[in-house]
Design a protein around this ligand. Structure first.
Ligand code: TRP
Length: 335
């Protein structure tokens, strides 16, 4: 096993990325490049576990790619590609489907949430979604995966699959991949309801800040964000029972790269109307270079496609020898 610290993570090309994706995930992905070899994947195979319009899927794949690059992921130093273009993912997923137990999959809470009441009508792909995720990670023997809380269970399954494969074939082939959880500090909540996560699927656009929003819209959304009538407290502890206030302070802290306590100390006793102006200015200052760069990139789709093509080529070259060994271990004749 190599001593390299290798990161793999994936993001679905379904709809716009928003501030929650940026502060909770992608910004961290960019930072990780300093210490790890990084592979970032736009997971289009995962996207079609639920119905997708083909033209929209294509456009979203380019858009998500552009936002990764605009957020500071270096497509040369790291690898950015879309999953469908490296067939090793689907091939390894099949082998893992024969390792994973139905009982394990039945425990996956995301499947239960996404399938809802109409389970019989969910696609088989949605059911084995976490197995494909294990294949994504292990096709590169990634040692670390940055994920949000909601993906922790899938990562545990990845470890179960790796361990079970190793045991079944008496090898120490796959690593037990470690999660890198970026916790509460960067959990961005819905601007209209501080108890819900900011989400691309919420029907009201005013609940989130998209990476495609311009300065005016960002300011408007922050000004209209829900708060309570109290002023800002002197310490973050006093925000526990004030989810909306806590969220805005949290967003400010994350964007300014300071603690919630430091924000409270600075704005102790201030009204939210004034604080929101400061937050809007800060958000615009931090986000406009990214949104500007995204727009510039999206004006040249051929350039984005070239980056994805190059990334897929490099990813393929990394996964190929690993898959070859897996085939040997399993007993597939490669004459
Ligand atoms: N399931 C992840 C999500 O929805 C995306 C994903 C797919 C992923 N494959 C992955 C994340 C591998 C980390 C590693 O957020």
């Amino acid at each position: 096993m190599t001593a390299t610290k290798r990161i793999f993570s994936g993001v679905q090309p379904t709809g716009n990325l928003h501030l929650g994706n940026y502060l909770g995930a992608i910004r961290n992905w960019a930072h990780l490049q300093d210490d790890y070899e990084c592979i970032y994947c736009v997971v289009d195979l995962h996207a079609i576990t639920q119905p997708q319009d083909p033209a929209t899927l294509r456009a979203s794949t380019r858009e998500v790619t552009a936002s990764l690059i605009a957020s500071g992921i270096d497509p040369q130093g790291s690898i950015i590609f879309n999953q469908s273009q490296v067939t090793a993912h689907a091939e390894l997923a099949w082998i893992f489907n024969c390792v994973a137990k139905i009982g394990w999959l039945n425990r996956m809470t995301q499947f239960k949430d996404k399938a809802g009441k109409n389970r019989e009508n969910a696609s088989a792909g949605l059911y084995i979604y976490p197995v494909l995720m294990a294949a994504d990670i292990l096709a590169y023997k990634a040692t670390h995966v940055p994920v949000g809380e909601d993906q922790k269970q899938h990562l545990e399954l990845t470890r179960d699959i790796a361990g079970s494969f190793n045991d079944a074939y008496g090898v120490e082939f796959f690593p037990l991949t470690e999660p890198l959880i970026f916790g509460e500090a960067t959990r961005v909540m819905n601007l209209r309801d501080g108890t819900k996560k900011m989400s691309k699927s919420d029907e009201s656009d005013y609940t989130r800040i998209n990476l495609t929003d311009d300065a005016d819209l960002i300011a408007q959304k922050i000004r209209k964000a829900r708060t309570d009538p109290l002023p800002l407290p002197g310490s973050a502890r006093e925000l526990v029972e004030r989810p909306e206030a806590n969220n805005l302070v949290g967003i400010y802290a994350a964007l300014a790269d300071i603690s919630r306590d430091a924000v409270c100390a600075e704005y102790d006793g201030a009204q939210f109307s004034g604080f929101k102006n400061a937050l809007a200015d800060l958000a615009i200052a931090k986000l406009s270079p990214i949104t500007g760069e995204m727009r510039r990139l999206l004006d040249d789709p051929a350039h984005i496609d070239g980056i994805l093509r190059d990334g897929a080529g490099r990813a393929r070259a990394m996964a190929a020898p690993i898959l070859r060994e897996v085939q040997d271990i399993v007993g597939f004749l490669n004459p």
